[in-house]
Design a protein around this ligand. Structure first.
Ligand SMILES: Nc1ncnc2c1ncn2[C@@H]1O[C@H](COP(=O)(O)OP(=O)(O)OP(=O)(O)O)[C@@H](O)[C@H]1O
Length: 257
């Protein structure tokens, strides 16, 4: 991994959603005019009440779903998506699952293996490479899913509550790894999370969404420089910003109610 300084966005947005609305076929209005822009090395954290359209927004950003109106511009390139559930192939070994995306793209076998082993090491699952997913805990399966995306080295990263099922310590460790990966190769990243503290700790900008239909009710720039030490979490400045974002989240929910 090459050493690079703080991931700061430069050169304008690489992933840009403008005025995105989404009404599902059954009439459910999921998003009501959302704008998000993410530059290289920027991590935009999205917090919002359950069902406010966060996954819908990520799917649209990834091109997996289309907006009802509004535009999506991706000049970053290949998008990697970590889903809320691990979605592993049960008949393949952990390592073969991690190699899957690279295999589909025709990455040569030796390189595939090496990258898979590195990613498994990163998520602390080297000892489980030959196991089948069924033999792992839910948290471990999520780490395999994360390793699969990281090994594929996408140009942009979209993460839908990837650490939700994990214990605090593993969660913080993987958050650090995610930050290090983005620092090593700046690229746009969007992280949906239910944890305001996690969003503040990892993000360059936090977007707060209202209840459904989701709108962005606040855009909070996080002033702490990268790389961020874990001790940051214990500072009054950090606690203050978390309280500020949490307050905006509650106000956003009240507005929509
Ligand atoms: N395919 C679909 N058809 C109809 N409605 C849908 C569809 N997918 C999602 N919805 C609805 O759209 C709304 C937003 O869903 P979405 O999954 O994007 O929310 P979310 O913020 O990611 O939720 P959570 O935080 O609970 O994961 C919800 O009311 C959901 O029921």
């Amino acid at each position: 991994m090459t050493e690079r300084s703080a991931p700061t966005g430069s050169g304008g947005p690489r992933l840009e959603l403008t005025g995105v609305t989404k009404v599902y076929g059954d009439g459910t209005e999921a998003l009501a005019g959302v704008g998000v822009d993410v530059g290289d090395g920027e991590l935009v954290g999205i917090v919002g009440p359950s069902g406010c359209g966060k996954s819908t927004l990520l799917r649209i950003a990834a091109g997996l779903d289309s907006p009802s109106s509004g535009t999506v511009r991706n000049t970053a390139g290949r998008v990697g998506y970590v889903f809320q559930d691990a979605a592993l192939l049960p008949w393949r070994s952990v390592r073969a699952n991690v190699e899957l995306l690279m295999e589909l793209r025709g990455v040569p076998r030796a390189e595939r293996r090496e990258r898979a082993e590195r990613a498994l090491d990163l998520v602390g699952l080297t000892a489980f490479a030959r196991h089948r997913p069924g033999a792992l805990s839910g948290g471990m399966r999520m780490r395999v899913s994360l390793a699969r995306t990281l090994a594929d080295d996408p140009d942009a990263l979209l993460l839908d509550e990837p650490f939700g099922a994990l214990d605090e310590i593993t969660r913080a460790g993987l958050g650090d790894e995610l930050a290090a990966l983005l620092a090593a190769r700046p690229r746009p990243a969007v992280l949906v999370t239910h944890s305001v503290a996690e969003a503040v700790f990892l993000s360059s900008t936090v977007l707060v969404m209202s209840a459904r239909p989701g709108r962005v009710v606040a855009r909070v720039e996080v002033p702490f420089p990268y790389p961020r030490e874990r001790s940051l979490r214990a500072t009054p400045e950090f606690a203050e910003l978390v309280a500020d974002v949490t307050g905006r989240l509650y106000r956003g929910m009240a507005e929509a109610a």
